[in-house]
Design a protein around this ligand. Structure first.
Ligand SMILES: *Cc1c(COP(=O)(O)O)cnc(C)c1O
Length: 408
């Protein structure tokens, strides 16, 4: 076992290595999958996905009565995923009519859907109301007005959660920070009261509670705690001034995962304990009834469940500078490294336990110099036809893919 590649810790739990030295995921030889289906190929470990859904329910359920786990579909959503969530009793966040369409086509219960988005179109709002989505997370006053009118015209009463912008810094990459003051998402404090009073005054809207989502790939609990304090203080003030009752508190997602072995994410229990105890303490201090807790993990459910497989081409060695190892995918299927310097590790799926001997950079095949999947990674000597496996490729890769230079 001592010769096992330590990077295997970043792969789904079932991952092993067979007698040929090939990567095996969910009982399948990854090299055979690559040959049978072609590359780039994203393989998902369904058992691992289900286990993550159950871990979220168990870890938060241990600390808090009846928490609701709502998966953020924008991380990865296909019909099979929606069906899996339904079977696991997990709700679903959507951010567009397209995602809502996938959920509907999969037979996902639409009352278990939370409709997000900072600029929902009139058509999307109407679609959400007519299809009966459970909750709208309202992002601005115009949306509130349109929703009010659309519901009024249909004699429909819609549950809503205004999205607050708590003004905290979650200490993650700025392109995945969403809860700071300078953010395109949510109501800043000075507009939030308006949203609450307008919603309370509308016969078409039921103000169920409040929502925040401060960012993605968070490793620290402190920013969550600040956002909870902000939201509970605001709720208490609205209760005093307007008789508002906080029935639901949606703390968003953002729980970080381990992409590299030198930056391991805290266990889920750490987030579960910290968030729930802060909510319980805050409610006791402010004399608020304990709200229904909602959490919206995306990346932390699906991220580590998938592995991307690529076929390696001819290495380009530039003496004294760098060696590029090209693969047959790149920013077209995973834009994260180009967009926000996301870091990944990799192994050679056909030689998992061969010693690493060389520092190389993994280059994508797209005509952008920025199309580098991994900068400076130690790998064994590579040969054209080798299969490169990148773990933790389940979140924000396929939904953000493009068809640039598609072979047709
Ligand atoms: C993206 C998003 C999430 C999920 O974020 P992760 O970092 O993937 O957990 C949850 N809630 C909202 C509103 C989002 O936009």
């Amino acid at each position: 076992m001592s010769s096992m590649n330590p990077r295997l810790a970043l792969f789904p739990l079932s991952t092993s290595v067979n007698e040929r030295g090939h990567l095996v995921i969910g009982g399948c030889d990854a090299v055979k999958l690559a040959h049978d289906f072609g590359t780039p190929l994203y393989i998902f470990d369904e058992a691992f996905l289900r286990q993550r859904c159950r871990e979220f329910k168990a870890e938060f359920g241990r600390e808090y009565p009846n928490p609701r786990v709502v998966y953020a579909g924008k991380a990865f959503l296909i019909k099979a995923m929606a069906r899996l969530l339904k079977e696991e009793g997990i709700g679903l966040d959507v951010v567009s009519g397209g995602e809502l369409g996938i959920a509907q086509a999969a037979g996902f219960p639409l009352d278990q859907i939370v409709f997000h988005g900072n600029n929902k179109s009139n058509e999307e709002i109407t679609m959400g109301v007519e299809w009966g989505v459970g909750r709208f997370v309202v992002d601005n006053l115009l949306e509130l007005e349109i929703l009010d009118r659309v519901c009024g015209e249909r004699s429909h009463k819609q549950k809503i959660l205004p999205r607050l912008c708590p003004g905290v810094d979650p200490h993650t990459h700025k392109k995945i920070t969403t809860g700071n003051i300078d953010s395109k998402f949510g109501f800043p404090r000075e507009q939030a009261e308006d949203a609450v009073t307008k919603a309370m005054a509308s016969p078409n809207l039921e103000l169920a509670g409040l929502h925040f989502h401060i960012g993605s790939q968070l490793f620290e609990t402190e920013p969550f705690l600040e956002a909870i304090d902000f939201t509970l203080n605001f709720a208490a003030e609205m209760k005093k001034k307007h008789g508002f009752e906080l029935k639901e508190l949606d703390c968003g997602g953002g729980f970080g995962i381990s992409y590299t072995i030198d930056a391991l994410a805290p266990p889920l229990a750490t987030f579960a304990k910290a968030l729930t105890s802060r909510i319980k303490d805050g409610c006791a201090r402010l004399k608020l009834a304990l709200p229904q807790l909602i959490i919206e993990p995306g990346r932390s459910i699906v991220g580590s469940a998938a592995v991307a497989l690529y076929t390696v081409g001819a290495a380009k060695q530039i003496a004294g500078v760098r060696t590029y190892v090209p693969v047959d995918g790149g920013m077209g299927d995973n834009v994260r490294p180009a967009m926000y310097q996301a870091q990944y590790e990799a192994v050679l799926a056909n030689h998992v336990n061969k010693p690493n001997t060389k520092t190389v950079s993994i280059a994508g095949k797209f005509c952008e110099s920025g199309d580098i999947l991994i900068n400076d990674i130690m790998l064994p000597e590579t040969h054209p036809g080798d299969i490169l496996a990148i773990p933790d490729s389940g979140a924000y890769c396929i939904p953000m893919s493009s068809t640039t230079h598609s072979p047709g």
